[in-house]
Design a protein around this ligand. Structure first.
Ligand code: NAD
Length: 344
């Protein structure tokens, strides 16, 4: 397996491979860049098909955190960790304590938190071994409502930029995934007068959305081809790919999922088709912004900072039109400029 020359390596400062024989922990901790402050990014537990997949995931997510934290105006660098295993069967206190010791060994260079497959209880177990954990019980709490608010404002910014509208009245949005973030997002959209088309694996969530929010329910694979204004990916990554792109009728892609583009070239393909893309790490920064207020928690200050996502996205859309770069490229350059400025 290529390492320093890995396509996703991108000058990572440090990558730690963790093996704990006693608990069975196999994890990778990636610290991408600490120019702006200690690297902060969640831990994901997933039954990766192979080690290459786990390494690629952690490197891409870690780099994304550097850019997300920079553009959100936080004094955090970027990092991420993955635990290779099935969150349904492989969790134990010993495993999370071993993970906590591995994070502790980095001496505060990396702070972990929850992500897919990990809950606050798991983080509390790891916290027994290290102070370097964020998103703790009884502190800033569930980040999802803040991520949903930022995503909602991102959709508003996209509609404003593309159509000059301040209202979402009658705008049709296809929401893929009604989980922690997706459902809150649907509530915001419904309140703002948008029409919802939704899909999920969970029939209870679908019934709830249909009954409470008047959402139209469609099959999983049918979500891409809906006749809507906005496609909001709120479940998995890589849903913008060669297979789904030709099906899209939406003229805006704006959702909370991480790593929405299967490959960077899909950002260019969206632009060529006239589809406005809200870069994932910009629109979904609400949760990490809320976590950044954890030490001295202030919900109003946190919300005010999340609301800035609207202006950041408007600036990115305008620059993309002006320069011809994709919105993702513009966002990357803006984040790099912030980091370079701090370095000097
Ligand atoms: P979640 O696990 O609560 O929700 C995901 C939902 O997607 C579930 O309801 C699941 O049933 C559904 N789903 C799974 N596969 C699907 C498919 N093929 N089609 C349709 N639905 C499917 O996760 P979440 O916390 O709501 O996060 C959603 C996404 O947003 C993830 O990509 C996550 O990384 C990202 N994100 C979340 C936060 C946060 O604050 N929770 C912050 C930033 C980014």
């Amino acid at each position: 397996m290529a390492f320093f020359s890995h396509p996703s390596f991108d000058q990572h400062e440090k990558v730690l491979f963790v093996n704990d024989k006693e608990s069975g922990l196999k994890a990778i901790i990636a610290v991408h860049d600490t120019t702006l402050g200690p690297a902060v990014g969640g831990c994901r537990m997933w039954p990766y098909a192979n080690e290459e997949e786990a390494l690629n995931d952690v490197l891409r997510l870690s780099r994304g955190m550097t850019y997300k934290n920079a553009l959100a105006g936080l004094d955090f660098g970027g990092g991420k960790s993955v635990i290779i295993g099935d969150p349904k069967h492989d969790k134990s206190e010993a495993l999370f304590r071993a993970f906590g010791r591995a994070v502790d060994a980095l001496g505060g260079r990396y702070y972990s938190a929850e992500d897919v497959g990990i809950n606050t209880g798991d983080i509390m177990m790891a916290h027994q071994e290290t102070p370097y954990m964020a998103g703790l019980e009884g502190k800033s709490g569930d980040p999802s409502p803040f991520t949903a608010l930022g995503t909602f404002l991102g959709i508003k910014a996209a509609i404003k930029h593309q159509r000059g509208l301040d209202s979402l009245e009658g705008i049709r949005v296809a929401v893929q995934g009604l989980g922690h973030v997706g459902y809150y997002l649907c509530e915001h959209l419904h309140q703002a007068g948008a029409k919802l088309v939704v899909c999920d694996l969970n029939p209870e969530q679908l019934d709830r959305a249909a009954t409470q929010l008047g959402a139209e329910v469609v099959d999983l694979d049918a979500i891409y081809s809906q006749d809507v204004d906005v496609y909001a990916p709120c479940a998995l990554g890589a849903t913008i790919n060669d297979h789904t792109l030709p099906q899209l009728k939406a003229s805006i892609v704006a959702g909370c999922a991480n790593n929405q583009l299967a490959e960077p070239r899909h950002g260019q393909a969206l632009k060529e088709r006239g589809i406005l893309y809200a870069p994932d790490y910009v629109i979904n920064a609400g949760g990490i912004i809320n976590v950044s207020f954890e030490r001295d928690y202030d919900a109003a200050a946190s919300e005010a900072k999340v609301r800035k996502i609207y202006d950041t996205l408007l600036a990115i859309f305008a620059e993309s039109d002006k320069s011809g770069q994709t919105t993702g490229e513009v966002a990357d350059h803006m984040a790099q400029a912030i980091i370079e400025g701090a370095r000097k």
